[in-house]
Design a protein around this ligand. Structure first.
Ligand code: SAM
Length: 251
């Protein structure tokens, strides 16, 4: 017999499936724990290296100065944190954070191998254990899509930014119409097979393709950012909208 749901058991989506909110967080954790050791090589393969250009563009737009304080959320294996650390220098701060210990360990080890020791913190973006107005810039690359309460996470990002501080959200978005058929074919036919072959996990890369389709498009994410306190938001479409960089000013 089906049981009535209580208020505490709100449904959300995990890719195309409808799941409890608690189950989503657990399954997202499973995805990244499973792929952590092959995450970087998969990024290069599945984007044919393009993720490096998208991140380099994000670093250029960040336009950091010596001494700036940066929070990298969902920082994973540390691509942005590393680039930011080089910009802010010894007087600045880059706090490398993620909810997933396996991803964060992978990143920390990689940065240590490159001679970079950054403060790292395991934390949920939806409830940041950090003081108000304590950063000049917050970044989240390919992480927001995986969060259950995106608006809550964005509100937390606004809270920890100083007035005038900026949030950079780099995320998959809605592709331009002429690219849509080829992109769908690639996402649902090639990606899961590549994931199975390289990371031994096709399901996680099927989730990636599905979660991209469920993520708010450029306009919806811009509206969400405005709702939580980003008075000005610019949207930069990259590679025909495969990815978008949203830049919000906390004002
Ligand atoms: C696709 S990876 C992105 C890693 C890195 N930023 C990059 O661009 O390569 C997504 C990351 O989001 C993290 N994540 C998912 N939900 C999160 C949450 N609620 N709070 C913080 N991090 C989260 C995952 O653990 C994972 O490391």
């Amino acid at each position: 017999m089906a049981h009535a749901r209580t208020d505490a058991m709100t449904d959300t989506h995990f890719g195309f499936q409808s799941v409890d909110e608690a189950e989503k967080a657990q399954r997202v954790r499973g995805v990244f724990t499973s792929v952590a050791s092959r995450y970087d090589v998969m990024n290069d393969l599945m984007s044919i290296g393009l993720h490096r250009a998208w991140k380099a563009y994000t670093v250029a737009v960040a336009n950091l100065r010596e001494g700036d304080r940066v929070l990298d959320i969902a920082g994973g294996t540390g691509d942005l944190a590393r680039a930011f650390a080089r910009k802010v220098g010894a007087n600045g701060l880059v706090l490398h954070t993620d909810i997933n210990e396996a991803m964060l360990r992978q990143g920390r080890d990689r940065l240590l191998d490159e001679g970079l020791l950054l403060p790292t913190l395991i934390c949920d973006a939806e409830s940041l254990p950090l003081p108000d107005a304590s950063f000049d810039l917050v970044s989240v690359a390919f992480g927001l899509r995986n969060m259950t309460h995106k608006e809550q996470a964005l509100a937390e990002m606004a809270r920890v930014l100083r007035p005038g501080g900026r949030l950079l959200v780099l995320e998959f978005s809605k592709v331009a119409a002429p690219l849509a058929r080829a992109y769908d074919w690639y996402s649902f036919n090639v990606l899961p097979r590549l994931g199975q072959w390289v990371a031994g996990d096709g399901d996680s890369y099927r989730y990636l393709a599905e979660s991209i389709r469920m993520h708010p498009d450029q306009a919806a994410l811009k509206a969400m950012m405005k709702t939580v306190g980003f008075g000005h938001v610019d949207v930069h479409n990259l590679t025909g909208g495969v990815v978008a960089l949203h830049v919000g000013v906390h004002c």
